[in-house]
Ligand binder design. Sequence first.
Ligand code: ARG
Length: 272
Amino acid sequence: MKNLKKILAVVLSVMIVFSVVGCGQKEEAQEAAKTKLEQIKESGQLVIGTSASYPPYEFHKQIDGKDQIVGFDIEIAKEIASDLGVELVIKDMKFEGLLAALNTGKIDMVIAGMTPTEERKKSVDFSKVYYVATQSVIVKADQVENFKTPEDLKDKMIGVQKGTLQEEIAKGVVPADQIKGLGKVADVILELKGDKVDAIIVESPVGKAYAKNNDDLGVAEIDFNTGDSGSAIAIKKGSTDFVAAVDATLDRLMNDEKIDEFVAAATELADN
Ligand code: ARG
């Protein structure tokens, strides 16, 4: 009798465990059946990843005594969140870590002035291009005249943000030991100020923003013959409905010439 009770208890607990596991699997299966767009709407949050030392795209700014992440990418992200009817959550990280964060599900999309290169398209999908910029070089203000062609960089130390297109451009101009790559553009700027690097390659609006805020820095326009860098939003592969929703917001913003407005406002905000 005692034994029978024991056996019964074991059988029962095994049944409970199985039913709990069964439920978990079912929930998971349902979750997987939901599209990315449905998941975002249900969670009430759009979690974006960015790398916020790239004015006027995205940067930190003290507003009313509070540190905030602002910039034209952020304005675009706000519009996407509001079109989806959800709250915007911003995660600031190193640029080089953004696509991994996207593919492991830590963030829903990347908006970071990211160029939709063929290499990146192998691992993620992209929205349409919402902004196009040329390349430029930040140097010490008194050095601007000395930097006119890629040749002028030959014996120089070049600073870049790790994992960017600009790092690739640098590789095409100087050997690897003349390239210093760091996670944040703000840190590369410190290297330039400390004469550890001679020139930093960035997109031209970024060069202008840093030069305007730092009297000791200037911008040299060098044509690297690499073409312009467009910016697009990166989304995990296979989220077709989410990409379509993002493109719809971008279409609306571009038709209303809102993006130019955001760029102008963000440039002004970065300037003071
Ligand atoms: N457009 C360049 C790229 O995709 C640089 C982007 C850097 N963005 C940033 N938020 N730091 O590689």
